[in-house]
Design a protein around this ligand. Structure first.
Ligand code: GCO
Ligand code: MG
Length: 403
């Protein structure tokens, strides 16, 4: 079997997505996601101009050699643009392999280790009362694990919160990034009270998560983790920026609140210390930004040795192709923890059809051959790319801060 053609499809059905389609001489094709939120065109060009010309004529079953060819063979390693592009190729190849063997992808990754995939959704409100209403809504939908974010008194635009009646979408369309505002002091003073109210309203069984979105120092994260202990979080996510992996030692010394990190990582080397020193509990680097299925299998197996479980990123900027692929992965690996599920809007769903589905708090990848996600290219053309950026964040005095 040979790859005879490759297409990069950039579209914006509700938000921007970059999708790779690899076509073989036997008529079987595979799809991969290459979306990097706010930097989409850089990945599209990296694929189109630099990688795809080297792929034509290759045997799609050689997933490992092709991965190494693009990783080691470029000389310039790592980085989100490079790794998202390689991920798209890798996922499309695994999709082709599973389709030509006529098996669902999970069968090639170890087979089913479980029957269904536990997912968490987002409940976000403008204040505590609104957040509790949102939690209630998601409990009624059957979710057993919920990420809680809320507006914070005195801060104009906290992370993860939409206006009333709107969906939360981090990337704003427009030619310049939106500027949001931040105060660590106000956040730290507010958050334990929010979780106290949520526990009071819903009891102890609901799994609760929270994303600090890279905004604390290790000692601030340690204080937060300690103060949240009575509310038994499933995890506290991205408490600090993680370029300094040893920073997590300090958090760990002070709190038993479980820690998750890694949605912005793109290499096993971004987290090898976090994993081997057991400084985290969940690793969030997922298929699209981590270079694809091939390296993520290695990462998951390394993590398994150190009691670290997976908790893959699954916001709406990860396309249905990544969601479908991740669900096969989640079903197969032994040390799966939880999967983020932020449902796509109707326009996205109209362009990407998929075999995966949600039922009673769990997701299922579906049993069709491959990863089970497809794209309607004609419809995709009706939604051309629109410039969009993630926000930038400033402290109240104007200092540029982590978003
Ligand atoms: C999450 C994330 C997202 C990111 C977004 C950036 O935990 O789901 O933090 O909300 O901010 O995916 O593109
Ligand atoms: Mg996050």
């Amino acid at each position: 079997m040979k790859i005879i053609d490759a297409k990069v499809i950039v579209c914006s059905p509700g938000r921007n997505f970059v999708t790779l389609k690899l076509i073989t001489d036997q008529g079987i094709y595979g799809l991969g996601d290459a979306t990097l939120n706010g930097r989409e065109l850089a990945v599209a060009s990296y694929l189109q101009d630099h990688l795809l010309p080297c792929l034509i004529g290759r045997d799609p079953f050689q997933t490992e050699d092709i991965w190494q060819y693009f990783y080691k063979g470029s000389y310039w390693r790592r980085g989100p643009v490079t790794m998202s592009a390689i991920a798209a190729i890798d996922v499309a190849l695994w999709d082709i392999k599973a389709k030509s063997l006529n098996v669902p992808l999970y069968q090639l990754l170890g087979g089913k280790s479980r029957e269904k995939v536990l997912v968490y959704c987002h409940a976000n409100g403008t204040d505590t009362a609104h957040t509790i209403e949102e939690v209630q809504k998601h409990v009624e939908m059957g979710y057993q694990a919920i990420r809680i974010q809320s507006g914070i008194p005195g801060i104009r635009s906290a992370y993860g919160v939409a206006g009333k009646g709107e969906r939360y979408e981090p990337a704003g369309r427009g030619l310049l990034p939106k500027v949001t505002e931040w105060s660590t002091e106000k956040y730290l003073n507010f958050l334990p009270g929010l979780f106290a109210e949520v526990r009071k309203a819903f009891g102890d069984d609901l799994l609760l998560l929270h994303d600090a979105h890279h905004r604390l120092t290790p000692i601030e994260a340690a204080r937060l983790g300690k103060e949240l202990e009575p509310f038994k979080l499933f995890w506290l996510e991205d408490a600090v920026t993680a370029e300094l992996q040893e920073g997590f030692r300090l958090i760990r010394k002070h709190t038993v609140t479980p820690l998750a990190v890694g949605e912005v990582f793109n290499s096993i080397y971004d987290c090898q210390q976090l994993i081997t020193e057991q400084l985290i509990d969940y690793i969030r680097m997922t298929i699209v930004h981590g270079g694809g299925i091939s390296p993520l299998l290695k990462l998951a197996h390394l993590a398994e040795l150190y009691h670290v479980r997976t908790g893959f990123h699954g916001a709406t900027d990860l396309s249905p192709v990544t969601m479908g692929t991740a669900l096969h992965f989640d079903l197969a690996i032994h040390n799966f923890g939880i999967q983020e599920h932020m449902p796509h809007d109707e326009t996205t769903e109209s362009v990407f059809s998929h075999a995966y589905y949600f039922e009673d708090g769990f997701m299922y990848p579906g049993d069709v051959a491959g990863h089970g996600v497809d794209i309607d290219e004609n419809l995709a053309e009706k939604y051309p790319y629109q410039p969009a950026y993630l926000p930038v964040n400033r402290k109240e005095d104007g200092t540029l801060f982590n978003w």
